[in-house]
Design a protein around this ligand. Structure first.
Ligand code: BGC
Length: 365
């Protein structure tokens, strides 16, 4: 079943574009948005709302510059804002963007309920919406652009198994936010690999609200104590949560002895991988994801269908959302250099201080 909103939205979008065309340029706004000068300039404006600055450094350090580059390259007008972890703020930003004439709105929701409300309001005003990175359950986005998040979890599970090997091992799961559909998929993917391995026992598992790194340290400390310190591996859903677990393991003199997973190939995550305190991370190219978003958004601005890789089922109502799902890559000590050569991080940021020697050993310059 396709989402019913998408059927309604197409004529509305056409109408809004017609109105925009008649009403002239509504490009004045207060947000430092930018119009590029590429050859295929589209007549419309794209709004993107990023979720926060704390659940992962990726949003501001990787996604924003990649989105700016993709929109500049396409020569389309855009406005990128960050909701700072506040769903009400995201709602207000969306209202302001729509008031300022965005014709396509992409959000990384903070929870499905607030995301769906934003999308419904946008649709009622003829603004098409896209789910960026996180699927809004029960939402009405026209498209979903992300990585294959189940595969992300599988790579984490397999990465941890590769680091642990055949021995018997107790594993703790530190999952992402319960309000983030991706976190559910990451955990499912990791379980699908690890649960079938009879030598492993899950001795603790908890979701970390809002992916809060500080709370993650507290939660991990509790799980670690409850397991009597008999923890041999940690399936942490991203580099921030992994870093929190590593800090607790460090306090117990166990850092580097207990493999920990991660995600996002952040500077800190890659440094931990090089140092051996983190077993792996997952690289998801922001350039690819932002580029895919720009393609879809520009198609919508032009009233065209976007090219997709398939559909994603919204588990809340079994509706199918046309999607572009990209392929994530597992990163271990052996291929940290891949992230750098792909432009995912700069050697000068990763190879600072003590990490210079580790970078040299890993052939990164
Ligand atoms: C993203 C991850 C990110 C996490 C916390 C997830 O939805 O897919 O890349 O680490 O949110 O922001």
């Amino acid at each position: 079943m396709k989402r019913k909103h998408s059927l309604v939205l197409v004529p509305l979008l056409g109408l809004s574009m017609a109105l925009t065309a008649c009403g002239g340029d509504d490009s004045s706004d207060d947000t430092g948005s930018d119009a590029g000068s590429g050859s295929e300039a589209a007549a419309g404006k794209i709004g993107v709302i990023l979720p926060d600055t704390e659940s992962s450094v990726r949003w501001e350090s990787a996604d924003r510059p990649a989105l700016e580059a993709a929109f500049d390259e396409a020569g389309v007008e855009y406005d990128i804002q960050n909701a700072e972890g506040d769903a009400e703020r995201m709602t207000q930003i969306a209202d302001t963007m729509i008031g300022n004439g965005v014709t396509v709105l992409a959000i990384v929701n903070l929870d499905s309920e607030s995301g769906a409300a934003i999308q419904e309001k946008a649709a009622s005003q003829g603004v098409a919406t896209i789910d960026y990175d996180r699927l809004t359950l029960g939402g009405s986005a026209e498209y979903y652009v992300s990585f294959d998040n189940t595969v992300v979890g599988e790579l984490q599970g397999q990465g941890l198994a590769d680091c642990l090997g055949d021995k018997k091992a107790n594993i703790v799961f530190l999952n992402g936010s319960p309000t983030d559909n991706n976190a559910t998929l990451f955990a499912e993917g990791a379980h699908s690999v690890l649960d079938g391995m009879s030598n492993y026992t899950v001795v603790g598992e908890q979701a970390v609200p809002d992916w809060d790194n500080e709370e993650a340290a507290t939660i991990f400390q509790q799980l670690y104590t409850a397991a009597d310190g008999k923890v041999d591996g940690v399936l942490a859903a991203n580099d921030g949560l992994g870093g929190a677990a590593i800090s607790i393991l460090e306090g117990a003199g166990q850092d580097g002895k207990v493999p920990v997973t991660g995600q996002d190939a952040t500077v800190e995550g890659l440094q931990n991988v090089l140092a051996g305190t983190q077993c792996m991370t997952v690289y998801k190219s922001a350039t690819q994801e932002a580029g895919a978003l720009a393609d879809v958004a520009i198609a919508l601005v032009n009233g065209e269908d976007a090219e997709v890789t398939g559909t994603t089922v919204d588990s809340s109502d079994d509706s199918e959302v046309p999607s572009i799902l990209l392929e994530p890559q597992a990163i271990t000590k052996d291929n940290v250099g891949d992230v750098i050569s792909d432009g995912g991080q700069k050697a000068e940021d990763v190879c600072t201080g003590d990490f210079a020697d580790l970078c040299a050993e890993a052939g990164i310059s």
